[in-house]
Design a binder for this molecule. Structure first.
Ligand SMILES: [Fe+2]
Ligand SMILES: [Fe+2]
Ligand SMILES: [Fe+2]
Length: 493
């Protein structure tokens, strides 16, 4: 049976560390950690997650409890069981374990026994295992025949066998005990570069890299009998792909969780993007919250004359300019009214580099029990008009079905892809509260419909998070150059 273990370590969260040019990105570490946690939950779905210490950077300071609480709150979102171990930056282990749950002496998952150690620090950022904990290695084996894995903050390697600057001062004794009791794997961290596995007489030793240093890595270790596969994941996108996030929201979105234009622009660089395009909802800029969410403007669209109108278009463009956002990265996500017309005033059209169109609501969905045929018919009728309205990208093409709890009808994939192709409108791949149908994406590729990648970020952790997008393209069987299928809507048309 395969057991997947995620290892996240050396988060070094420190909100006071914003201005430093240090490789340790403590000030954004909560965002990094949140992004990693969502990656785990969506894509990796581990059987166990190890948090191997230095989760905060200033564990001895008065701010430590608040820092730990922030990291603990994010860790609470992890859907797998978690073992958290303090590192040398986390301060007093008892204080650490007032925030995190203290692990049991042994934690068994799928018949594998994980043994957590909180080892004291030694000079030179090394560590030492106490006689009592060496004894616990023997206890772990008593009456247990399965594989045993030791987990700890400091890295452990046979002296001389690895080019790691840190180790245990009593590494030989610890490794002798591992051999004596059949402990076949030691997982540490602390050394920010990380160390690939070292195999030594049937025992494997590994050090997980630091999440807080670019490219913001963590490990997925798959254990299957005697076999171990180690996959390194990076939160930063590969620079050579030069990916552009064509769909990012701002603080002006009613559904913004923590968006900030300057922060999103900075994160786009940290995450290796070649561009970050802001696309605020036109309906959020033209109508107040209540009018927008009630959909009262949808029958008449931009001509809606009832209460609740406002205009924040200038505010949006001014905020982009004030943040130094280049004009080419100013776009708009235009709502579609019930007649398939884009919700945008004629005077505003020329103010944006391009328009992304989104169908968020359909009149047929207002029925007490919406029938799929009526919804599908209205969707196609709206799209037929909307697609020719000057939009360059169709945002999250079938999400309106999914949000309504309906399966997108596969019979629409062909007609929609052909409409997009004939109108030279790109299809967006968007995972925000969405699962794009792989068959539709494949069809777009086959028909030559351009694709864009949109994070639809409403929370900063989402900016440029394209791991699911890239995995989807792979799952569709596409392994050619991304430049052949992705279009940059800023330069199209
Ligand atoms: Fe450390
Ligand atoms: Fe949208
Ligand atoms: Fe959006």
């Amino acid at each position: 049976m395969k057991t997947t273990v995620a290892v996240i370590s050396d988060v070094h969260f420190d909100p006071s560390n914003a201005a430093s040019g240090s490789a340790r990105r403590g000030a954004i570490a909560d965002i990094l950690f949140l992004r990693a946690v969502h990656r785990l939950n969506r894509m990796i779905r581990p059987d166990l997650t190890l948090l191997l210490g230095d989760l905060v950077n200033r564990g001895e300071s008065p701010e430590a409890p608040a820092d730990l609480a922030r990291i603990r709150a994010i860790a609470g979102l992890i859907e797998s069981p978690v073992i958290a171990i303090p590192g040398n930056h986390d301060g007093d282990p008892d204080a650490f374990y007032s925030a995190f749950e203290r692990p049991a002496p042994f934690c068994d998952v799928h018949g594998i026994r994980f043994v957590p150690f909180v080892d004291p620090e030694e000079p030179g950022y090394n560590a030492r295992r106490t006689p009592r904990d060496i004894e616990r290695m023997a206890q772990a084996r008593a009456g247990f025949a399965g594989p045993i894995v030791a987990v700890h903050h400091a890295p452990l390697f046979p002296p001389g066998a690895a080019d790691c600057p840190y180790n245990y001062t009593n590494a030989d004794d610890v490794i002798d005990a591992m051999r004596a009791h059949g402990i076949s794997l030691a997982i540490g961290a602390h050394y920010h570069a990380g160390m690939a596995p070292v195999y030594d007489e049937g025992v494997a030793f590994i050090a997980a890299p630091a999440l807080c240093e670019s490219p913001f890595r963590f490990l997925e270790i798959v254990l299957d009998g005697d076999d171990m596969q180690v996959h390194t994941h990076a939160l930063r996108m590969p620079d050579e792909l030069a990916l552009v996030d064509t769909h990012v929201h701002t603080h002006l979105a009613y559904c913004s969780e923590n968006m900030s234009i300057p922060a999103a622009m900075a994160l786009a660089q940290d995450f290796g993007l070649a561009g970050c395009v802001f696309t605020e909802h036109s309906g959020h800029l033209y109508f107040d919250k209540e009018t927008y969410w009630a959909g009262r403007f949808l029958p008449d669209g931009v001509d809606y004359a009832g209460p609740g109108r406002r205009c924040r278009m200038d505010e949006y463009l001014d905020a982009l300019a004030a943040a130094g956002c280049p004009p080419e990265n100013a776009a708009l996500e235009v709502d579609c009214d019930f007649r398939g017309r884009p919700v945008i005033r004629p005077a505003d059209r020329g103010r944006f580099r391009y328009l992304t169109g989104a169908i968020h609501q359909l009149d047929a969905l207002n029925a007490p029990r919406p029938g799929i045929d009526a919804v599908a018919a209205e969707f196609m009728a709206s799209l037929d008009t909307f697609i020719r309205s000057g939009i360059r990208v169709l945002a999250h093409p079938f999400r309106v079905f999914r949000r309504a709890g309906l399966e997108p009808p596969a019979t629409l994939f062909g007609p929609v892809a052909r409409l997009l192709r004939d109108s030279a409108v790109a299809a967006e791949i968007n995972f925000h509260t969405n699962e794009p149908p792989p068959r539709f994406v494949r069809l777009c590729i086959d028909l030559g419909v351009g694709l864009t990648l949109g994070s639809d970020a409403h929370n900063l952790y989402e900016v440029g998070e394209f791991a699911p997008h890239l995995a989807l393209l792979k799952a569709c069987g596409y392994d050619g150059p991304l430049g052949d299928i992705l279009v940059d809507p800023r330069h199209a048309g």
